[in-house]
Design a protein around this ligand. Structure first.
Ligand code: AMP
Length: 316
């Protein structure tokens, strides 16, 4: 076959057969050939047993928490984890505690076999995939309720249960894995702030690292929930990033924040979204800001198109 097809096409075909077509552009063909499956562990004791030799040898461990349905955004976290640590643990757990009863826990995209293939190629070492009753056994009765950034009036206003669920499961993932580094996407910016603060407040001996958002060519932030979008919704979806970019530029040039945001909000609504918020906040505390003098600014947006709720953010 090599005689007739350039090797890149051979690797592309292999990627397609292997279920990796969406990831092909970031996976070097060699990794497809060399891929070895990461070990999958399902209980806390087997997780600790698998990590013990590395910890004892003083090797660094990095954790990438995910809910699966992996895409190139997740893989950017795995790549950064590999840069920092000898052992990369990726957790896959769709956490019921962060979904409200009316939300999409039941229908959230799941594809464990495809995720494993992708993680093989990305050279993750260990997949921590506890069943729900391992994470929350009968009688489980503790919940972490983060304050500060978790009560900023952004995601928390629309998903009041969300950060309690996230903080509780992330605290468990941290104590189960005891990593040196934990990688989170800037895509979920408020979550990144909440988790960073929680690790600090609880004196957890690890460093939380934020990784820049990976986007489609037209600017749409990659998200497992993009799979819900119809063709028409997908065509409108990049409006969010476009508005963030224009607004950031105008604010940087000194235009009044309030006016810029009002115009951005109108543009998002015109594109067919039901807007939850488009706001300018302090990049570290998420406190509201009135002008550029109030500190580094992050613009954050959340809006629903059809049944799908999308979020995004950008630094000014
Ligand atoms: P999820 O599986 O959606 O809970 O996401 C797991 C991790 O991947 C979180 O830290 C997310 O912020 C991160 N993530 C999701 N989408 C992206 C993206 N497009 N770029 C970078 N990180 C992302």
């Amino acid at each position: 076959m090599g005689r007739y097809l350039p090797s890149r096409h051979v690797a592309g075909l292999a990627a397609f057969c292997y279920g990796l077509a969406p990831f092909y552009d970031i996976l070097p063909p060699r990794s497809l050939v060399m891929a070895t499956r990461p070990t999958v562990v399902r209980t806390v004791s087997s997780l600790r047993r698998a990590l013990k030799p590395f910890r004892e040898a003083g090797k660094r461990i990095a954790l990438v928490p995910t809910m699966g349905a992996l895409h190139r955004g997740h893989l950017a976290l795995v790549r950064e984890a590999r840069r920092r640590a000898r052992r990369v643990v990726v957790s896959i757990f769709v956490n019921p505690a962060q979904f409200a009863p009316h939300e999409d826990f039941g229908s959230y995209p799941r594809g464990f076999a495809a995720d494993l293939k992708v993680l093989s190629a990305a050279k993750a070492n260990l997949v921590w995939a506890p069943f729900s009753d391992v994470m929350y056994p009968e009688g489980f009765a503790t919940r972490i309720e983060p304050q500060g950034a978790a009560k900023a009036g952004l995601e928390d206003k629309f998903r009041p249960h969300f950060f309690g669920g996230v903080a509780t499961v992330v605290a468990k993932l941290f104590t189960q894995t005891a990593p040196d580094f934990a990688l989170f996407g800037e895509k979920d910016y408020q979550q990144l702030c909440v988790v960073t603060q929680m690790a600090k407040d609880l004196d957890l001996p690890l460093k939380v690292i934020g990784v820049p958002t990976v986007r489609e060519k037209d600017g749409l932030a990659l998200s497992s929930r993009n799979a819900y979008l119809s063709a028409a919704e997908r065509a409108s979806a990049p409006t969010l990033y476009r508005v963030l970019k224009t607004s950031a530029k105008r604010i940087k040039q000194g235009e009044p924040i309030e006016m810029v945001l009002e115009e951005g909000q109108a543009e998002i609504s015109r594109a067919g979204f039901a807007l939850d918020y488009l706001e300018a906040r302090h990049a570290l505390t998420l406190a509201p800001v009135k002008s550029r003098k109030d500190g580094p600014i992050r613009l954050l947006v959340a809006a629903k198109i059809g049944k799908t709720r999308l979020i995004d953010n950008l630094g000014v």
